[in-house]
Design a protein around this ligand. Structure first.
Ligand code: KG4
Ligand code: ZN
Length: 344
């Protein structure tokens, strides 16, 4: 990262991401300059099942990774020989085990074939580095709201690699709640973008859905909200889907913004950053901007392409990890339940 106090000997890094349903490869220079970034989404493959089917995801990664890598390397002026690539970074967890293993095995094979080091990267840490790819000089400490299909975390980042977890979800992740509610409403998969789109023409005050733990602590709970949506629609079969979606989106965003804002104030954060797929939500983005302007702190909303899963963020985090912990060993495995280390 441009703000990192040390420079990594590995300059140009190939990042590989296969933890869920996006097959991605990217080449990043010096931890901060994206030279190429290719993301192949498996949305069409999983849409008919209403969610990611792990077995299908793993097999699709096997088929897609080679062409995705070839495209990312070619766009960066390299090729199958790996010329100009100094190191490889790969997501090694958390995620779907079969999917993670595809990326990890490929990274090891390329590391041996090209005779360059490789490093395993925590997918959650990669999401944190995505924010810094576009705005490296936000200043510390940062409060990061990491909201994805698998996680809802409030993380204080006092420097790259130095994290303190303030809160998380006790049940569904925010993205999972979007996906489940969208599925119930017949809006398809992935649910977040579908709800975001239809909510724009609904009345957010139409239904008073619950805001769990709104004034208490930093933990989140979304399963009661999901149940409230189901019960409401069953009680009002004629309910306008746009109104339900708008009221649901408003409830989720109210909770996320209230807690993130309070957490930022409590730790004296210089800025509030969004990360993860749900950070693409249009209401969340505008509400965070407003809240930060009111509170006099910076707001950083990464571009949508960097919010959702991509390999540039993996390469950026890998660059930092290589500089601070060195390369991984060939014995590195994939860990589907890998947690964000509290501090580095
Ligand atoms: O970070 P990500 O690409 O993958 C994971 O690591 O989970 O996040 C995917 C999640 C999905 O649950 C998807 O529905 C949600 O991000 N998402 C959104 C929006 N775009 C994607 N949620 C709400 N509003 C959106 N616009
Ligand atoms: Zn993710």
């Amino acid at each position: 990262m441009a703000t990192s106090p040390v420079s990594s000997p590995a300059h140009r890094i190939l990042g590989i991401e296969t933890s869920c349903d996006e097959t991605a490869a990217a080449v990043v220079d010096g931890g901060s300059v994206i030279v190429s970034s290719v993301v192949s989404s498996q949305i069409d493959l999983h849409a008919r099942y209403g969610g990611v089917v792990p077995e299908l995801a793993g097999r699709a990664h096997v088929e897609l990774l080679t062409p995705v890598l070839a495209e990312a390397l070619e766009a960066a002026g390299s090729d199958a020989s790996g010329k100009g690539i100094d190191a490889i970074a790969v997501t090694c967890g958390p995620g779907l085990i079969g999917s993670l293993l595809v990326g990890v095995a490929e990274a090891k094979a390329l590391s041996l074939a090209w005779d360059v080091p490789f490093v395993g990267v925590n997918h959650l840490e990669a999401h944190l580095f995505a924010s810094l790819l576009e705005q490296p000089d936000l200043g510390w400490p940062l409060m990061v709201l990491l909201v994805s299909g698998g996680h809802t975390l409030l993380v204080e980042v006092s420097a790259p690699g130095a994290y303190r977890l303030l809160g998380g979800t006790v049940d569904d992740a925010a993205g999972e709640a979007f996906d489940k509610v969208a599925r119930f409403l017949g809006l398809g998969y992935p649910g977040g973008p579908a709800i975001d789109a239809i909510a724009g023409r609904g009345d957010p005050e139409a239904y008073a859905f619950p805001r769990a733990f709104l004034d208490a602590g930093y933990d989140f709970s979304f399963s009661g909200l999901k149940t409230a949506v189901v019960n409401t629609v069953r009680r009002h079969p004629g309910a306008d889907t746009a109104d339900v979606a708008a009221s649901f989106r408003q409830a989720v965003v109210d909770v996320l913004v209230t807690k993130a804002r309070r957490a930022a104030a409590d730790v004296g954060a210089r800025a509030l950053c969004l990360a993860g797929g749900v950070a693409a939500n249009s209401l969340l983005r505008s509400r965070v901007e407003e809240a930060c302007a009111e509170d006099g702190i910076g707001a950083f909303l990464p571009s949508r392409a960097l919010c959702t899963d991509n390999a540039a963020m993996v390469a950026a985090a890998g660059w930092w990890r290589l500089a601070h912990g060195g390369p991984s060993d060939l014995s590195l495995g994939a860990d589907p339940a890998l947690r964000l280390a509290p501090t580095a």
